[in-house]
Design a protein around this ligand. Structure first.
Ligand code: SAM
Length: 331
């Protein structure tokens, strides 16, 4: 295998004394190609550009630097990567904006998902490119717009850097998931919860994953236990399309059964009295589905993994009391 160690690029050629100013300006414009190493030739500095400069950028540069021209040259690849977004942007953004840089992001396959604070809305491209430089596997950076919404629990995103490609392959606990976060719900933050629930499942159980998404509970359970049956239901046709693909990818076709539809009618039409364990991962609304969940249990009963949102100090007790009341009311 041969690795490319240099690449030709359009570049800015300036006299040595203007080198620093020119590099800073190219960075500020977001035009510096940081995948290539800046180099010198005789008394000039050659600065690789990621794109051609616009006319206004060109005249802006003319006002700052007396003697420069645009040409083309070979550049060695820049292998040194910044370790943090802060390090990647410290020469580009002023200190008050550096203080607002996000300190967390979600990585789904080769897609990074970030919340951009209000103060940085004019610098989304720089932020996206910095995220890509720090995270070598990231090919696409999406900015969260608004919150997770609607029955399908999907959020809006804006592409801020990289390829306009939102389908990816995510790996979690040895399982592979095809997923497109713009079409289906998926959160890598739930990975330890997927693992925790899967570790509770016992041999021979029948599990009903009422709000399965692309299958991170169902598939992990199917992968860990050869003698389980998991019914994985979701109303979102895209989620079920990915779930079916993921069932094949992870070779759990004999254990995990994807079913598309509203879980209420799915249970009433085909899953009454079948389950030992039910996963209700729809925190905003799970209470509404307790009665139908009870119909899905075997007569011997079983375990519910119940999710709810709460902010009060006694949120857990409140959720527990609500659940007990709802189960009693369901008879
Ligand atoms: N459990 C998955 C995970 O961990 O990634 C996805 C959870 S997501 C919070 C909730 C899912 O419930 C969404 O995929 C949504 O499409 C689905 N959903 C919402 N209402 C539903 C309903 N009435 N019947 C079936 N699925 C539903």
């Amino acid at each position: 295998m041969s690795l490319t160690s240099s690449r030709q690029s359009v570049c800015l050629s300036v006299q040595r004394e203007y080198g620093e100013l020119a590099i800073r300006t190219a960075k500020k414009l977001g035009a510096l190609d940081e995948t290539l190493k800046i180099r010198s030739e005789d008394d000039r500095i050659l600065i690789p550009l990621a794109r051609r400069l616009s006319d206004s950028e060109h005249s802006n540069l003319c006002s700052l630097i007396e003697d420069f021209y645009i040409s083309s040259a070979d550049f060695p690849m820049n292998t040194r990567r910044p370790k943090t977004i802060l390090e990647a942007l410290e020469d580009t953004l002023p200190p008050h904006l550096l203080a607002s840089l996000p300190n967390s992001l979600d990585i789904v396959g080769n897609i990074a998902i970030v919340h951009v604070p209000e103060e940085l809305t004019n610098h989304t491209r720089e932020l996206g490119e910095a995220i890509m430089r720090v995270n070598r596997h990231v090919r696409t950076v999406l900015r969260k717009i608004g919150s997770v919404e609607g029955q399908l629990r999907v959020r809006q995103f804006q592409l801020i850097a990289g390829e306009d490609k939102t389908e990816t392959l995510h790996k979690e606990f040895g399982c592979k998931y095809r997923v497109d976060p713009t079409k289906v719900y998926f959160s890598p933050r739930l990975s330890s919860e997927h693992d925790r629930v899967a570790s509770k499942v016992k041999n021979n159980e029948v599990v009903l994953d009422m709000f399965a998404g692309v299958g991170p509970f169902s598939i992990l359970i199917g992968k860990r236990h050869s003698d389980v049956k998991v019914y994985a239901v979701d109303v979102n046709p895209d989620a079920i399309r990915f779930l079916k693909e993921n069932v094949d990818l992870n070779r759990v076709r004999d254990r995990v059964v994807p079913i598309q539809g509203d879980v209420q009618s799915v249970i009433r039409n085909q899953l009454k009295g079948v389950a030992d364990r039910i996963i209700m991962n729809l925190p905003l609304e799970s209470m509404r589905f307790i009665d139908v969940a009870c119909e899905a249990f075997k007569t011997s009963g079983g375990t519910i993994h119940y999710y709810a949102f709460g902010q009060d100090p006694d949120a857990l007790d409140k959720a527990r009391r609500g659940l007990v009341r709802a189960v009693a009311a369901a008879g």
